[in-house]
Design a protein around this ligand. Structure first.
Ligand code: ADP
Ligand code: ZN
Length: 615
């Protein structure tokens, strides 16, 4: 068995590589500079951890946050890997102990923050400690275009100068090409092998529903998922607070997380969440990085995110362990209007325009009638062609299409006529007012009650026409000006449609929340699903929580949810069988094997064994 594969099984307990893992590990091991761009949950850590176990000497890993480093080291230690980190939180006795072991060559992996790596006295030490390779995690931190710019990352190239032959592996989950290019040039990667995976997250289910009473909607959604962990994102501290309060009131263990809380309270809430002592965190965007929790089962956006990138990043925190997880967006036009008002205060015109464009893309995503994957991945330039993804609201319950030709004609010609009459364009709301025969002072002043389309749309309420107008904006038959007046005009394409009386099919607006078609009750196999004995899974989960508490680590350090589900499916009765379970390596077998076997045996002494279809 090739060395990498052997370590994969022996140490981490996995039989097969995830896509790209083997190739990335091989490239890095062969001494090549390598750039790995893989979505969250793809298993980037193993790409440098496995080579570190196979090659001689020390692999140094640059990581931006103390919490992340500690988490990784805890997980490695639990798998029997000699790994450590150095940072300012260590007392001097502990630091000395680690230094001594580094000099003795006892560690395979050393995690460091970049500012520490760059201390003048540090680089020579790395040579003495036998550094043989460098992995740069969260490499997008090097880019100003990214979402977490860390200037210290810029100095990593100095390591290259000092250790010219050192192979470097840069890893990121950032999908933006601009950032990817920046990583490449800033790190001065030499003829790197580049691995770019699809950004699709097959185990995530996407859903958008109209926001009505956010707190009640959130509470209902969470209630349907008893015991499962989730993150609720809100745009304001107040909203985060009130959602957390509403959840607590409903008997759910929830807490807020935002920049207005004392640092201590924030980290306490985060820690509790990691340890499954809190079920839900209601966070502003300040929460996210540094969260490695693999069993986040859902992410709710109670407010509209400002751009698609944030939405992708934030929803991406669900389901890192590959099990099915849900992303719910509560959408309201009111949020859009609120943002537009905020944007008025941006003085830099270029920045203001950029913010608007970003927001518009986000709005389009929410209002789009296509598969959520098609629009989400399309935003990052990925061409997703699968007919029906089976895991988004649009594919599971397609919205009704209807022939809107007549009404499209009415609205487009109304916009054209207004412009012809007055020589200037108006906003959509105003055009709709004219179309529905409004009698406002403005209409009379400008004489718009005399245009031929005045009042021809009275059979529908205004909201109907506004929604129709927005669909036309999205389809490119109308366009809005970029200034704050957002006046609409008919595009060339729109004029063509109008002239040729082309048929236009539109989708019904989202008026009421559709049925929870993708909720937990639906018995349709979902990507990543591991059907198992839920009763036994609960028992194993409790056991895991106790073990984790006694060892003072988060539960997922003991075993992942996926591993427990596999156990509750295969009912292993001896060590050989337990070793077949994904995620059970040799160290964990010897540490935890007996307790888990006893629990499974105990369960089977009173309960029947269930059968599960498929692999
Ligand atoms: P990323 O850093 O890309 O977000 P992680 O390295 O945190 O992903 O891995 C995500 C999860 O997938 C972890 O729980 C990890 O144990 C698991 N995992 C990684 N590689 C494999 C594999 N080959 N088979 C099964 N599970 C894996
Ligand atoms: Zn879909």
């Amino acid at each position: 068995m090739p060395a990498l594969e052997q370590k994969l099984k022996e140490v981490f307990g996995y039989d097969t590589f995830r896509p790209h893992q083997r190739e990335i590990a091989e490239s890095f091991l062969a001494g090549r500079d390598t750039l790995a761009i893989l979505p969250t949950g793809a298993g980037k850590s193993l790409c440098y951890q496995l080579p570190a176990l196979v090659r001689d000497g020390l692999t140094v890993v640059v990581s931006p946050l103390i919490a992340l480093m500690k988490d990784q080291v805890d997980q490695l230690t639990a798998s029997g890997v000699a790994a450590t980190f150095l940072n300012s939180t260590l007392d001097s006795a502990e630091a000395r102990k680690r230094f001594a072991k580094l000099y003795a060559g006892e560690y395979r992996l050393l995690y460091l923050a970049p500012e520490r790596l760059m201390l003048p006295e540090f680089l020579p030490k790395l040579a003495e400690w036998g550094m043989k390779a460098l992995a740069v995690d969260e490499a997008h931190c090097i880019s100003e275009w990214g979402h977490d710019f860390r200037p210290e990352y810029r100095r990593l190239r100095e390591v290259r100068e000092r250790f010219p032959g050192l192979p470097l592996l840069a890893l990121t989950a950032t999908a933006t090409p601009r950032v990817q290019e920046d990583i490449r040039t800033q790190l001065e990667l030499r003829d790197p092998e580049i691995f770019l995976a699809s950004f699709n997250r097959p185990n995530l289910n996407y859903r958008v529903i109209p926001k009505s009473k956010a707190a009640a909607q959130v509470v209902q959604f969470v209630r349907e998922r008893s015991d499962e962990a989730g993150i609720v994102y809100a745009q304001s501290r107040r909203m985060a607070e009130s959602l957390a309060a509403a959840l607590c009131e409903a008997g759910i263990k929830a807490a807020p997380y935002h920049a207005g809380l004392e640092a201590e309270e924030r980290s306490r809430n985060q820690e509790k969440f990691l340890r499954d002592d809190l079920q839900v965190i209601c966070a502003t965007i300040a929460f996210g990085m540094g969260i490695n929790k693999p069993n986040v089962r859902y992410v709710i956006h109670a407010d509209l995110p400002k751009n698609v990138e944030s939405y992708y990043q934030e929803t991406g925190r669900a389901g890192r362990d590959g099990l099915p997880s849900d992303c719910l967006l509560l959408y309201s036009r009111g949020d859009v209007v609120k943002y537009l008002r905020f944007f008025e205060e941006i003085t830099d015109l270029q920045a203001r325009r950029e913010a608007r464009v970003q927001l518009e893309k986000m709005t389009h995503f929410a209002e789009d009638e296509r598969c959520r994957r098609v629009s989400l991945l399309g935003y990052f330039g990925e061409d997703w062609t699968e007919e029906n993804c089976g895991a988004c609201d649009q594919c599971l319950a397609p919205r009704e299409k209807w022939d809107a030709t007549m009404d499209v004609q009415k609205l487009l010609s109304c916009v054209l006529r207004l412009r012809q009459k007055s020589g200037f364009s108006t906003g959509l709301q105003y055009a709709v007012e004219v179309l529905t025969g409004g009698k406002s002072e403005k209409i009379l002043r400008w004489g718009h009650e005399t245009v031929s389309t005045y009042g021809v749309g009275q059979e529908h309420p205004r909201a109907y026409w506004v929604d129709l107008g927005r669909q036309l904006l999205r389809l490119g038959l109308l366009e809005a000006s970029e200034d704050k007046f957002a006046t609409v005009s008919v595009t060339e394409r729109g004029v063509e449609v109008l002239r040729a009386r082309e048929k236009v099919a539109l989708t019904r607006p989202m008026v009421k929340p559709r049925e929870d078609t993708a909720g937990p009750k639906k018995r349709r196999a979902r990507s990543g699903e591991v059907a198992c004995d839920e009763g036994l899974f609960e028992v194993l989960r409790k056991l895991r929580a106790e073990l984790a508490r006694s060892r003072n680590v988060p539960p997922y350090v003991v075993f992942s949810d996926a591993t427990l589900r596999h156990m509750a499916r295969a009912y292993p009765r001896d060590e050989m069988a337990l070793l077949q379970i994904p995620g059970v390596g040799e160290r964990k077998l010897s540490d935890y094997g007996q307790v888990f076997l006893a629990a499974i045996g105990g369960w089977l002494s009173t309960k029947p064994r269930q059968q599960f279809a498929g692999g």
